[in-house]
Design a protein around this ligand. Structure first.
Ligand code: DWN
Ligand code: SAH
Length: 401
């Protein structure tokens, strides 16, 4: 199957709604949809979506994802901030810019330490929360133009950081020109995103949705940054969000390249991560996984079991709409985010209820859409397991916990 220039389709997940577009109750009008297809480049190590959804449709003032809903993620980002404060923001009046600062989960720590910073995020609602936490925010899409404006107003940055945002941005050349304009001579660009190697190994196909445009690897990041005079100098595998990698990029020659880079590139070569056969094997597992999930839910319903979902994640839009899971199989999804509660999930129209309502009488089985926060959620909801309730997870395959 052919895709955009030089790309071929490896997985077609059909027409999909916007993953973070929760609908008002009773909504029965049309929803914006786009074809969700994963493509690989036939010559270069690049795996991405083939269709660009206009950025304003996804990221706007009502963007409902609040990063700080997870305490584990708060800890994760406090540690990130502490590391920057210790290792990078040490010179005379250092400056850090974060792309996709959301509700200030990382920068609030930098603000507390009194260091010069700027968060850039087009989502006004979460931006206001960040401001309340003392974070300086610019409501904008970061791109070359925005970077040049920041440079003119604030001077060069020692660090440009982005978590779960770089992979959301189709226009990476503009971003990298902007980073080039913004960074000091030995400044660094650090970004962390879901790792293609983990997605393939775990068949975590719900990482594929409108907002996740690129599926990065060490090899692909090397390829993407090189034309801009940058090189990948460090990689770290992270356990958060189901498996991510943190990439550190510097101007070519400005910093020593760590051993971890060659090791991860070798791992990707050994698994032929970008190869057609590998990605087609992944696509086959995804289809099996979705079929198994629907069969399991259908069987449980036929036995009269009560089912619910937990975590109205962006990821769950792909699972429900690709597998065909609606309120008949999962009548409700519990979630702690006020902006999602009382609304309907995109496409599948499953009602979202506050997670405080997840209590006795409990459902018999709960489909954990937020499987990446399994430990945190299962700890919080320990009474559910104790009362005989069971968690149902679909990554890396369908199983009961
Ligand atoms: O990349 C992205 C990541 C960082 O966040 C964005 N494109 C959108 C979003 O993706 P997601 O919605 O799949 O992220 P999460 O972090 O898996 O979402 C967890 C959901 O579960 C949130 O809606 C909050 C909810 N939750 C809850 O109800 N109780 C989460 C926790 C930890 C809880 O205890
Ligand atoms: N960094 C946070 C938020 C991730 S969600 C975390 O890891 O939890 C992705 C965020 O990127 C959203 O808040 C979205 O509004 C923002 N975003 C998307 N495109 C952007 C761009 N071009 N510039 C800045 N922020 C962007």
């Amino acid at each position: 199957m052919s895709g955009p220039d030089g790309f071929e389709i490896v997985l077609d997940l059909g027409m999909q709604p916007l993953s973070d577009s929760f609908l008002p109750p009773g909504h029965d009008g049309a929803e914006y949809t786009y074809p969700l297809r994963v493509v690989r480049h036939t010559e270069h190590p690049l795996v991405r979506l083939d269709t660009v959804v206009p950025r304003e449709k996804m990221f706007h003032d009502e963007y409902p994802y609040h990063s700080s809903t997870s305490t584990r993620m708060q800890e994760h980002f406090s540690a990130v901030a502490d590391r920057f404060l210790r290792d990078e923001l040490t010179g005379d009046d250092p400056f850090i810019v974060e792309i996709g600062s959301n509700d200030g989960i990382m920068l609030s720590r930098v603000a507390d330490a009194g260091r010069r910073h700027l968060g850039v995020d087009p989502a006004g609602g979460v931006g206001d929360i960040a401001r309340e936490r003392g974070v300086r925010v610019r409501a904008a899409f970061f791109d070359e133009q925005c970077a040049r404006e920041i440079r003119a107003e604030d001077g060069p940055a020692d660090v440009v950081y982005a978590a779960n945002t770089m992979c959301h941005i189709p226009y990476l050349d503009s971003i990298l020109r902007g980073v080039d304009a913004l960074l000091t001579r030995d400044g660094i660009l650090v970004f962390e995103d879901p790792y293609l190697g983990d997605i393939v190994e775990r068949a975590s196909f719900d990482q594929i949705y409108d907002e996740h445009f690129h599926f990065f690897s060490a090899t692909s990041v090397q390829h993407i940054v090189a034309p801009h005079g940058f090189e990948l100098v460090d990689v770290e595998r992270l356990g958060v969000h189901g498996g991510e990698v943190r990439y550190t990029v510097a101007r070519r020659g400005a910093r020593p390249v760590g051993h971890a880079v060659a090791e991860l590139v070798a791992h990707e070569q050994a698994m032929d991560l970008h190869g057609r056969a590998t990605l087609e094997g992944f696509a086959a597992r995804v289809r099996t996984n979705a079929t198994d999930l629907v069969r399991t839910l259908t069987d449980l319903r036929a036995e009269g079991k009560r089912i619910a979902g937990f975590g109205a994640t962006a990821k769950s839009a792909t699972v429900t709409n690709y597998a065909g899971i609606g309120p008949d199989l999962v009548p409700v999804i519990y979630d702690s985010t006020p902006a999602k509660q009382g609304r309907l999930s995109p496409g599948a129209h499953i009602p979202i209820a506050p997670s405080s309502e997840f209590r006795a009488p409990y459902p018999d089985y709960t489909l954990l859409f937020a499987w990446n926060h399994a430990e945190e959620i299962m700890e919080q909801e320990v009474a559910y397991r104790e009362s005989g309730g069971r968690w149902l997870v679909y990554v890396p395959d369908v199983h009961v916990v």
